[in-house]
Write a protein that binds this ligand. Structure first.
Ligand code: FPP
Length: 255
């Protein structure tokens, strides 16, 4: 173990389903189907690793602009996952939650989502947040509006709007911030994912496409996290220079 706090929350940007399919002469939709298998694998492995929180970027607010047949195929895949996976989630102690503007999902998806959330509510081993119709900026705007509405109800001025009051209104306020954000398929972007919560997250890029991403790749990301030193903007506490600056300050010396 390195100097990082224990890994509690890993968030995945599941990228490369299309490239995986194209390389095999298949349709992108078959890449998404293969991606759903990786979802099952990664959720199971997170439980085995003892990681208590997992977030998966399953459908973004921008994904609606994909071809209609692809959007419909993704919605069908997500709906089937939610409808059929509950026994497996329960067997593995997984509590499902959702982040994103889920009210705008198709009714059938929404009903299966509500059913899976209700059926897994009591599980405690792993909390799995599915990001559905999710956009980080959209989440922040919705949270800021809720926090502002609360201020108005309480008769307070704008000074009452703080980072804490906004954070309390995010979609899953009880989840800790992600320690590690993993993106597959070699892209090095956050793409509007957890942009508030990932402010101090460690970022890890895997060259593997999402359908190829396996247990050993997950282990490699965790091992890399353990090697990182997280500073949260406070300087490196084990750095001798930092220690010396603190000592000077303690003695009232100005530099
Ligand atoms: C990005 O790959 C992936 C998505 C837009 C969808 C992610 C969905 C799944 C992994 C499957 C369904 C999810 C669940 C929870 C069952 P891309 O198509 O953008 O890949 P490309 O960049 O190679 O084209």
């Amino acid at each position: 173990m390195g100097a990082s706090p224990p890994l509690r929350h890993v968030a995945f940007i599941m990228d490369g389903n299309g490239r995986w399919a194209k390389a095999r002469g298949k349709l992108r939709t078959s890449g998404h189907r293969a991606g759903a298998e990786t979802v099952r694998r990664v959720v199971r492995h997170a439980g085995n690793l003892g990681i208590p929180y997992l977030t998966l970027y399953a459908f973004s607010t921008e994904n609606w602009s994909r071809p209609r047949v692809e959007v419909e195929a993704l919605m069908r895949l997500i709906e089937r996952f939610l409808r059929t996976e509950t026994p497996e989630l329960n067997a593995n102690g997984v509590r499902l939650v959702a982040i994103g503007d889920v009210d705008r999902l198709p009714g059938k998806v929404r009903r299966s989502l509500d059913g899976a959330i209700a059926a897994t509510r009591g599980n405690e081993r792993l909390t799995l947040a599915l990001a559905l119709n999710y956009g980080g900026r959209d989440e922040i705007v919705r949270a800021a509006r809720k926090a502002a509405e609360q201020l108005v109800l309480d008769g307070q001025g704008v000074d009452g709007l703080t980072a804490e009051s906004i954070a309390r209104c995010l979609d899953a306020p009880d989840m800790p911030n992600p320690d590690l954000v993993v993106r597959t398929a070699g892209e090095m972007r956050l793409s509007n994912f957890l942009i508030w919560q990932a402010a101090y997250a460690e970022l890890y890029w895997s060259a593997k496409t999402w359908p190829e991403f396996g247990e050993a790749d997950f282990d490699a990301a965790v091992a890399e996290y353990d090697r990182r030193v997280r500073k949260f903007g406070g300087g490196n506490p084990s750095d001798s220079d930092t220690a010396r600056l603190r000592e000077y300050a303690g003695r009232g010396l100005k530099l």
